[in-house]
Ligand binder design. Structure first.
Ligand code: FE
Length: 368
């Protein structure tokens, strides 16, 4: 079938999917659907995909993405402008996108899976949906702990999950670690987001790796005992609850505070970098892998490599207030204003590998 007909089929096939995993903070975001990006054609059909692989790039690169359109389209537009390689994408929730990739098998149109959370990438790789990539560019740009040890996925942006606290009711000198939030001194003062959110599954999974199950369960039970309110459905609501005095502190991904600070620079909530004397701040990634049955593998590698370079890495910081995965690239001023921190350098694959144990543990600890 000619590539254009395939593209049309994709557009039709995906017109029913409209959900996305990161709920929009942007009102009036355009409807999602397979979207064609740019109209330029490659200047040269023979492209160096990487130092490790060289192949002919034909047709568009097709991406299944759980990232929202407003976070990916500016990146893909710039890639197309620079390389002449067209990008088409479909956004959806992680679970359904991975299930679709699995159901489509060899017939899939997707060249790249692009998701948030290492747990999702790990799960796709475990199902055999992602292929190993040998790329000196990615090995140089992306730190080892932010990529699959078997090179089936690579982190592209970093999200830090740490302690947010009320600047009116908490002295940061009282804060130290995730574990210490289990201390009875915080009874009735802690806010948590639901344990059903993969961010918390990943955090607890890395705690299991570090402390073992018994100790981690003791910590999580301590958190639950300290809850001020029922768990929240989003980090943004949690931060607003701290600001409103419903609770004094909680665990959040930093970009959510950034979004709120953009609207209200005086919001009385600040970040505390957890575990600086020990394991470091829990970090997770958004990241991508080339699918096992990619029809445009060379183009897919080229796009992921490009996303690891300076300008797009800075755009991650600009677009969603995340941290660049490429340590050589600075964050935007607002993000930099939160100060430097020592990240946890445990490989993020632990978040996937131990995720089901984390879910069972949180259930046993009555963390809903
Ligand atoms: Fe998020």
């Amino acid at each position: 079938m000619p590539r254009n007909s395939i593209n049309l089929l994709i557009i039709l096939a995906f017109s029913l999917i409209s959900a996305c995993s990161e709920q929009s903070a942007v009102p009036g975001a355009p409807d999602q659907g397979a979207t064609q990006n740019g109209a330029q054609t490659p200047q040269s059909p023979l492209q160096a995909a990487s130092g490790g692989e060289q192949a002919r790039i034909e047709g568009p690169v097709i991406v299944y993405s759980s990232r929202q359109e407003h976070l990916i389209k500016p990146l893909f537009d710039r890639f197309t402008a620079e390389t002449g390689i067209e990008v088409q994408y479909q956004t959806g929730e992680d679970g359904p996108l991975i299930a679709r990739l699995q159901a489509e098998g060899e017939q899939t149109f997707a060249d790249i899976l692009y998701t948030v959370d290492a747990g999702n990438l790990w799960s796709a790789a475990e199902k055999g949906l992602l292929a190993s990539v040998d790329s000196p560019i990615l090995e140089t740009n992306i730190p080892d702990h932010l990529q699959d040890p078997q090179n089936r996925w690579f982190g592209l942006s970093v999200r830090a999950r740490t302690i947010a606290y009320s600047t009116e009711r908490v002295d940061p000198a009282e804060l130290s670690t995730y574990e210490a939030l289990a201390d009875p001194r915080w009874k009735g003062k802690l806010c948590l987001r639901t344990s059903r959110k993969v961010y918390n599954m990943s955090l607890v999974a890395t705690m299991i790796e570090r402390f073992g199950e018994a100790e981690t369960q003791r910590i999580v039970e301590g958190w639950v005992n300290n809850l001020a309110t029922r768990v929240f459905s989003s980090d943004a609501l949690l931060i607003e609850a701290i600001a409103a005095g419903q609770c004094d502190l909680g665990l959040v991904n930093t970009y959510y505070l950034g979004q709120l600070q953009t609207r209200d620079p005086d919001i009385p909530v600040a970040l505390f970098w957890a575990n600086q004397g020990s394991s470091g701040v829990h970090v997770n990634i958004s990241g991508a892998g080339v699918t096992s049955y990619a029809k445009n593998r060379a183009g897919a590698i080229r796009l992921i490599e490009w996303l690891s370079t300076e300008a797009p890495q800075h755009l991650f910081s600009e677009l969603n207030l995340e941290y660049p995965a490429n340590a050589a690239v600075p964050s935007v001023d607002l993000v930099a204003s939160w100060g430097d921190f020592k990240p946890d350098t445990l490989n993020v694959e632990a978040a996937g590998r131990l995720q089901s144990r984390a879910v069972m543990l949180m259930d046993r600890a009555d963390y809903r």
